[in-house]
Design a protein around this ligand. Structure first.
Ligand code: SF4
Length: 93
């Protein structure tokens, strides 16, 4: 999966203290995009799900999580990752 940042707490992209996940990859090319550096799925952004899960678990150990905000980039460019991981993320909510 291609992820650039996982930040907590994010308070401006949904209610409560959220985990913001910036997915990498986008083909829309919107004028004025605030994250054009996340359009290309560069190898440096490629992490395996086990690492991703550990990062989320580490946040959960010390912080309360009110929800997840998936942003990017275009998160739906990685539909299989979302489908598989959403089921797991629900465990943490
Ligand atoms: S990251 Fe968002 S705003 Fe930027 S080009 Fe893609 S869809 Fe548009």
């Amino acid at each position: 999966m291609f992820v650039a940042r996982i930040l907590h707490p994010i308070k401006v992209l949904g209610p409560g203290d959220r985990v913001g996940i910036w997915f990498v990859g986008c083909k829309h090319g919107c004028i004025g995009c605030s994250n054009p550096e996340l359009w290309e799925q560069l190898p440096k952004y490629n992490i395996d799900f086990a690492t991703f899960k550990i990062l989320i678990e580490n946040i959960k150990k010390t912080k309360s999580i009110d929800g997840f905000t998936l942003t990017g980039g275009e998160p739906f460019l990685q539909p299989q990752v979302l489908r598989e991981n959403f089921a797991i993320l629900k465990i943490y909510i």
